[in-house]
Design a protein around this ligand. Sequence first.
Ligand SMILES: NC(=O)c1ccc[n+]([C@@H]2O[C@H](COP(=O)([O-])OP(=O)(O)OC[C@H]3O[C@@H](n4cnc5c(N)ncnc54)[C@H](OP(=O)(O)O)[C@@H]3O)[C@@H](O)[C@H]2O)c1
Length: 282
Amino acid sequence: MEQVVLSNGVKMPMIGFGCYKVSGDGEAVFRQAIEAGYRHFDTAKFYGNEKELGEAIKNRGIPREEFFITTKLWRDELERPQEAIEESLRLLNTDYLDLYLIHWPRPSDLSECWQELDLSAWRAMEEAYTDGRLRAIGVSNFLPHHLMPLFDRAEVRPMVNQLEFHPGYTQEAAVAYSKENGMVVEAWSPLGRARLGKEPLLLELAEKYQVTTAAVCLRFALQCGVVPLPKSSDPVRMKDNMDIFGFSIEESDMYRIRTLPQAGWSGEHPDRETAEKDMRFS
Ligand SMILES: NC(=O)c1ccc[n+]([C@@H]2O[C@H](COP(=O)([O-])OP(=O)(O)OC[C@H]3O[C@@H](n4cnc5c(N)ncnc54)[C@H](OP(=O)(O)O)[C@@H]3O)[C@@H](O)[C@H]2O)c1
């Protein structure tokens, strides 16, 4: 499995399994994902399945060090990060997390004091990073103006920014700023949550490269240097989604995808109320 090296030297597999809204028996789905070859898992306190993921990993009998586990601090935990980290470690049944992210830059009420909340959560994460409970720390859904105040006062710079990223919603400014500041960008909803299946350009490119539209989306992320985190509850699609290293999208087609008009956006924005009212896409 190809790996990307984070700014602190930690290696992360170039594709991860998205754990949000896996259907049915979570542990069984995660077991199937492990069988399909995934070793990088992206979960969150908000997803409510850290325990199932921890059990699937433990029961499979593969050494813990072979896995890369990410979880996240939810909006209403910004004020109690130490407790939240301990809880995630306990639920995931592990002594350390490979990556821990602040899930959204602002609490649910979009209150004005978000900068202070982010900083105090970050301080707790820096401490857990220093004592080895977190191997890497980062953020999610942080736009440049959310990162700037953190950069001003952080002792340890975030290593990752996880953003909504797929054809039709590539957040070029946030991705460029994150990369310029040494962060690896991860793509959430890399398939646009199946809202892009009928996009004509993707259908055309799927035909041209003799792959699925999902493969075009995932390969697109990889070629943008962004780590995709596809979710599937179907064992066949889980395997298909990993099979994206054997073809490449030509440069002109990459530009056609990058310049696609907005499509498949979740409707989530860190500074908008809708992000609180409509939690379907967290
Ligand atoms: N940081 C954040 O705020 C945030 C927000 C949202 C998501 N995330 C993370 O990103 C992960 C992925 O995002 P997502 O779950 O929103 O969406 P996604 O991975 O873009 O899309 C998942 C959807 O696509 C379908 N699918 C998967 N593989 C397919 C294939 N090969 N062909 C056709 N359909 C396919 C799945 O159905 P089946 O299950 O039936 O295959 C599911 O309906 C999440 O699980 C979570 O870990 C993070």
